[in-house]
Write a protein that binds this ligand. Structure first.
Ligand SMILES: Cc1ncc(COP(=O)(O)O)c(C=O)c1O
Length: 392
């Protein structure tokens, strides 16, 4: 069996896929008049709305900016609590802190790494902080949709907003109890959905993100937040000094996406469907080839939920040794995630919290290579190598 990857080129856990068409799209904008937020951002937003089904899409300069702007637009503020699962990137939680709110962690399911509806229900029934909860962040971890129907029902019963962190999940779908198919991002049951266009994500703009929502008022507030809290809308202005005139009505940030990067996003998004199919094909091979190994567990699947496979997590014993051996054999895995409540910053804020399923997930998790550009030979090498290493 080979002990180095095809062509001796290390295989990363994720990688962007940039074609000549993407480069040409960017160069065309660079040769034009408009570099910062302008017509290419409007085009990208239109393409996102059409592709994912929400009536409003706002491109911003990161997924983190989107989470912050969306939470601010929901009015989340000091004294509020936002529920976040610990198996996520720190940004999902940090956005609540930016708004002056507190974070409450709710544990994940042991077999998927997704927020546990049962644990959330218990929290909302009995935790002393429950009256302060304003929103729940459903992180579609690795690209697998959370139980949106159940989460939305719990949020509605408790009068709180559901936020979807879909940074891993553009293209994922779920079927509701009446059999209707939903695309993640269609916003049918949540206040807003956040996407990221970081290079390892499905579609990249180098750095970037988008807020998707069906709530026109929320979109308007988030759009102002994205650009200093400033508006030029005639119907909102308190005075009309002339064509140059604008007013700042709230405190916002500069979270705008440049046109240069939006052009890259539109070009990438046009290829998204095919790339998603490739990711699902790679996942099918992994699931087939890595099934039945007693020392390796796959992320559980759930009926009616169609994974977008940003990541392919596996759970192994002796994770550190497996990680090192894979690196030695030319595979560059990653670990997703160090539970947020265990980060020194969060420990200094909230003390030592016990989240048994999240900690057990972290102790065993490895993300093996998953990206649209991976070749069949590389996939076969990953399967053989992972199998050989975990079987010792
Ligand atoms: C689950 C999740 N949420 C939020 C973010 C933040 O996105 P960005 O890096 O675009 O700010 C990321 C990005 O890594 C993420 O994976």
């Amino acid at each position: 069996m080979a002990t180095q990857p095809p062509g001796n080129v290390p295989i990363p856990y994720g990688h962007q896929c940039i074609g000549d068409d993407d480069i040409e799209a960017v160069v065309k904008v660079l040769r034009g008049d408009w570099l910062t937020q302008g017509p290419s951002v409007t085009d990208f937003e239109g393409a996102l709305s059409r592709t994912l089904g929400a009536s409003h899409a706002l491109a911003m300069n990161s997924g983190t900016a989107v989470l912050h702007a969306g939470m601010a637009a929901l009015g989340i503020t000091e004294g509020d609590v936002v529920v976040v699962p610990p198996i996520t990137f720190v940004a999902s939680a940090n956005a609540a802190l930016y708004c002056g709110a507190d974070v409450a962690f709710v544990d994940v399911e042991a077999d998927t790494g997704l927020i546990s509806v049962k644990a959330l229900g218990e929290f909302l029934r009995s935790d002393p902080r429950r009256a302060k909860v304003r929103a729940v962040v459903a992180v579609h971890y690795a690209g697998m949709p959370c139980d949106i129907g159940e989460l939305a029902a719990l949020c509605a019963q408790n009068g709180i907003a559901l936020i979807e962190d879909a940074c891993h999940a553009p293209g994922a779908t779920w079927t509701d109890s009446s059999g209707t198919l939903h695309t993640i991002g269609d916003g049918s049951l949540s206040a807003f959905t956040a996407l990221s266009f970081h290079p390892v994500k499905h579609v990249t703009t180098a750095e970037g993100g988008a807020l998707l929502t069906n709530d026109a008022a929320l979109a308007e507030r988030a759009a102002m937040f994205r650009s200093h809290g400033v508006t030029r809308r005639d119907d909102l202005l308190q005075a009309h000094d002339g064509p140059w005139y604008y007013e700042q009505h709230t405190l916002g940030f500069n979270y705008r996406m440049p046109d240069v990067l939006a052009a890259l996003g539109t070009s990438q998004l046009a290829k998204h469907r095919g790339w998603l199919e490739r990711r699902r094909e790679v996942a099918r091979v992994y699931r087939e080839q890595l099934a039945g190994i007693s020392t390796l567990e796959l992320q559980a699947e759930r009926p009616g939920r169609n994974h977008a496979y940003h990541l392919f997590p596996v759970l192994v014993q002796n994770r550190a040794a497996v990680f090192d051996e894979l690196v030695r054999r030319g595979i560059r895995p990653q670990v997703h995630y160090i539970p947020v409540h265990r980060q020194p910053y969060y420990r200094s804020r909230y003390g030592d919290i016990s989240m048994p399923s999240a900690e057990s997930w972290y102790a065993r998790e490895l993300s093996i290579p998953m990206f649209q550009g991976i070749t069949d030979d590389q996939v076969a090498y990953v399967c053989d190598t992972v199998r050989a290493v975990v079987c010792g």
